[in-house]
Ligand binder design. Structure first.
Ligand SMILES: NC(=O)c1ccc[n+]([C@@H]2O[C@H](COP(=O)([O-])OP(=O)(O)OC[C@H]3O[C@@H](n4cnc5c(N)ncnc54)[C@H](O)[C@@H]3O)[C@@H](O)[C@H]2O)c1
Ligand SMILES: O=C(O)[C@H](O)COP(=O)(O)O
Length: 528
């Protein structure tokens, strides 16, 4: 059998040599196809190799009758509909490490170009203007570089900026003060990083949570004259707000490699002399292109020939016999993980997962991976799956321990997830009720009985008359309907909890108003 591979974005010829030489693989390189042309051709192919230009949409996937694998020669998979790929049983692989160095070097080039007005001065000189006064720059030495997102690229930028004698202050949901200290950099909340930095560079993926992370409000909290760099993804910075912040003098300069819509030709930001830009060149070096093409070619060839992929983004690879036994618990495991992430809102240091009852008799590693996936997904995005979840946790320095215990607390099966953070341990337990589906049955030391789905509010309060009523009234004022409510307490007049399921998401201002109510200690909105 011969597998047909379509390469629809320009990839390094050297990097794809292994594919060209493979006996049972036929490579077709056709770059620049329109979405319609691609949709017309896609049903011929077993594999599709792309960079960031090709949009692998749900519609395209629905036409890809033979497609088994999509290879992304790079990091960001925001141009691929992962959900649709998974639904269609198509594995998506990427090449997460191959362009890290290039992207970090490009970021440094942008920071230095910004500081010294190099593109503007070059442009003026090309237009016969010898203007030394206008292009006076600033030094990087002793300036603070704020890094938002300290993953592979963020960390490499930090290492390089230290070489420029810059002070680094970083924020990442997985960064602790201890880790930052070990790396020789400063640690801060997002707010602190934004407030203290002279230069700010973003290195997060583009997720629901990071879209417009840097917006009008964020700009307001920055130093006057701050300079901003985005070599990660268009959309992390709100472009309209950036435009206004430059116009009103808050932001002195911006260096952009990426845009909300790409490609661009005319863009209002490009009309501003304070903005320098490149057309998504972060990964465009000979070395990076060869690296990512080699990595993705390896995975595609291996997978098509029945082997393993090293960098799966969405693969649910569980043997069928095990799958049949544990599949019913997958959703519960992931939801318990997600529930705890919302509940703790702190850097996770350790995860303990306790299996009891029926669960002690089955292979639970896939459940552990699903739980960890639920815990990490909120911050790392949809590329976390049950295959790479524990690997990613390990890379973030999070210890994951599995325990099988005989303590069932009266349930035929019980899954308890415990998260250790700097302020202590939080835990949540769930069970699968025969015929009724998953239930959360315990949060910390309080017994509850809630279906883990939809919008929830977890309230820790003082057990006093009126506390429950006040919460109910306030939600009613906000037109939020309470679907279910569970209450629990340690002792009369002591600590108590309310666990509500509500019909819509509780917005930030509603959350803040609840926190202000008498006898309320903590309020957390949870969306599963
Ligand atoms: N311009 C280019 O050509 C180019 C090249 C390579 C990568 N990229 C992009 O750069 C970005 C980073 O890539 P990477 O390889 O370092 O990814 P990574 O997964 O190693 O790092 C991303 C980091 O962002 C952190 N993060 C997630 N949500 C956050 C939030 N709300 N606030 C702060 N931090 C948050 C994560 O914890 C993680 O540590 C991606 O968007 C990628 O697509 C762009
Ligand atoms: O996410 C990435 O890897 C970069 O944005 C690179 O994209 P490119 O492959 O289109 O250069």
């Amino acid at each position: 059998m011969t597998f047909r591979i379509l390469i629809s974005d320009p990839l390094s010829e050297e990097g794809i040599q292994p594919l060209r030489e493979a006996e049972n693989i036929h490579v077709v390189m056709e770059t620049g196809l329109s979405p319609d042309e691609l949709a017309e051709r896609i049903s011929e192919f077993d594999a599709l190799l792309v960079r960031s230009q090709t949009e692998v949409t749900r519609e395209l996937i629905s036409k890809a009758a033979k497609l088994k694998i999509v290879g992304r020669a790079g990091v960001g998979v925001d141009n691929i509909d992962l959900e649709a790929a998974t639904e269609h049983g198509i594995i998506v692989v990427n090449a997460p490490d191959g362009n890290t160095n290039s992207a970090a070097e490009h970021t440094m080039a942008m920071i230095m170009s910004l500081a010294r007005n190099i593109p503007q001065a070059y442009y003026a000189l090309k237009n016969h203007k010898w203007d030394r006064k206008k292009y006076i720059g600033v030094e990087l030495k002793n300036k603070t570089l704020g890094i938002v997102g300290l993953g592979r690229i963020g960390a490499e930028v930090a290492a390089r900026a230290k070489g420029q004698r810059m002070n680094i202050k970083a924020y990442d949901p997985f960064l602790t003060e201890e880790k930052a200290e070990k790396m020789g950099i400063g640690y801060g909340t997002l707010q602190e990083v934004l407030q203290d930095a002279d230069f700010i560079t973003v290195h997060t993926p583009l997720l629901k949570e990071t879209r417009h992370l840097i917006d009008k409000e964020a700009f307001q909290s920055m130093k006057d004259g701050v300079q901003i760099v985005n070599c990660a993804r268009g959309g992390i910075i709100n472009e309209d707000d950036l435009y206004d912040a430059i116009k009103n003098g808050k932001v002195a300069g911006a260096a952009l490699d990426v845009f909300e819509e790409e490609p661009i030709q005319d863009h209002k930001l490009l009309e501003l002399p304070e903005v320098i830009a490149t057309p998504h060149l972060g990964a465009s070096t000979v070395e990076a292109q060869e690296n990512v093409a080699i990595d993705v070619s390896h995975d595609v060839a291996s997978f098509l020939n029945g082997g393993l992929a090293r960098n799966p983004v969405n693969l649910p690879s569980v043997p069928k016999e095990i799958m049949n036994k544990i599949a019913p618990y997958f959703d519960l495991a992931e939801k318990l993980g997600a529930f705890l992430t919302d509940l703790t809102k702190e850097v996770t240091e350790e995860i303990n997962i306790y299996y009891s009852g029926d669960l002690t008799e089955v292979e639970v590693a896939p459940l552990t991976r699903n739980t960890v996936k639920g815990l990490l997904k909120r911050h790392l995005g949809d590329h976390v799956n049950d295959v790479n979840a524990t690997y990613l946790a390990d890379r973030k320095g999070i210890t994951v321990n599995e325990h099988k215990t005989s303590s069932t607390k009266g349930f035929t099966n019980l899954l308890t997830v415990e998260v250790k953070t700097k302020s202590g341990k939080r835990r949540v337990s769930g069970t699968l009720l025969n015929g009724f589906g998953p239930r959360i049955v315990k949060v910390d030391n309080y017994s509850v009985d809630v279906t883990p789905a939809g919008h929830m509010v977890f309230i820790h309060h003082k057990d006093q008359p009126g506390a429950i009523g006040r919460v109910g009234s306030l939600l009613a004022q906000q037109d939020i309907n309470i679907a279910t409510m569970q209450v629990g307490r340690s002792n009369a007049g002591g600590d108590a909890i309310m666990m509500l399921t509500i019909d819509k998401h509780l917005e930030e201002n509603g959350l803040n108003e609840l926190k202000e109510l008498t006898d309320i200690y903590h309020v957390t909105a949870i969306d599963l």
